[in-house]
Design a protein around this ligand. Sequence first.
Ligand code: SAM
Ligand code: SF4
Length: 396
Amino acid sequence: MTALSNPPLALYVHFPWCVRKCPYCDFNSYSLHGELAEDRYVVALERDLESQAIEVRGREVSAIFLGGGTPSLFSPGAIARVLTTARRHLAVAVDAEVTMEANPGTLERGRFAEYRAAGLNRVSLGAQSFDARRLEKLGRIHSPEETRRAAEELHAAGLGNFNLDLMYALPEQDVAAAISDIEAALALDPAHVSHYQLTLEPGTVFAAEQPALPDDDIAAEMLTACRDRLTAAGFAQYEVSAYARPDRRCRHNLTYWTFGDYLGIGAGAHGKLSCARSGTITRTTQAREPRRYLAASPAVPARRRIAASELPFEFMLNALRLTDGFTVDLFERRTGLAWASVAARMQALARRGLVVLEPSAARPTELGLRFLNDALLAFLEETPKTTGAARLSTVL
Ligand SMILES: C[S@@+](CC[C@H](N)C(=O)[O-])C[C@H]1O[C@@H](n2cnc3c(N)ncnc32)[C@H](O)[C@@H]1O
Ligand code: SF4
């Protein structure tokens, strides 16, 4: 009999406002109208943290991620309050990775030193591209120069452990332009690069406008060329879109991809919590709209137990993104299911060249990484069709 065990635990805190909503973005983020409700939101986060902390009493938190939206709209003092409250109510590891997302258009000079003093040790900077015209088309509020200055300030503040978010397959972009974005990013000496293919997400301005994008073959060529350039510079790809220098993989995101647990605090935040004693895994979802989240403070998240039949899909959705894949033991410990429940489906994927199966491990092939959706369809059979299919289209 396989037993579910409590996996590593992370904390995600969501900050839902941005200076201006980008036309391609479907994250739970809102253009800021008027003044930022900084104090009110921090108080709501503190209450949320206090009331959800009970769920994970005694468990160590190994990573914290302050994401958005644009957390860097909040002052270092506000960020310090949130982190102090987290440390008060949770057993945060002394060496925990603490990341904050920052938009280069929201940073005053000297800010990173203050954020570091507030408790951050890692930053994820939304660079997107280093082409001024393209940034404008993407609705970004910053220039390439501001991104360069932010990176310089990160190094000067002792926050050399930073990620740059880049997007490729942008309107009117060719392979040479995608590579020149990589070159510009490498010149800033980041520790990590997230390289996302632009997708037209339903409900966004771009989905309505349908800008012409490079076709699939060109996008695949960009991916290969950019990956080769990153690899040559000492960055190893470890997930579909993530590249890191040695020892600089993102611990927080690895918690997701290895089907670990996380507490989700803030408007629209999602959480996932395992209970080894009862053998159950529960998903939590906080009120999405900031107004509702603030009004309910402390908002009580909706809870949904993940049915055993959904677990293979949920696990694979994450673990098959990792270039190294996962062990059979990890699958069994994280889901509480026997490998036999997915073995035939994994063998079928191996026959199609989407995964490589070893005696006690599995990993996606290059084809599998590129056509992850196809691989995941194999695990949707037992999931109620609408839920699974909708989730596939929103997550990938
Ligand atoms: C929550 S945002 C990052 C932080 C910050 N809000 C910013 O934009 O500077 C996470 C990242 O997802 C990527 N992203 C957002 N929408 C995307 C889309 N439609 N297609 C591909 N990548 C996208 C962007 O690279 C973005 O930086
Ligand atoms: S990409 Fe970042 S800055 Fe733009 S709307 Fe989304 S969360 Fe906000």
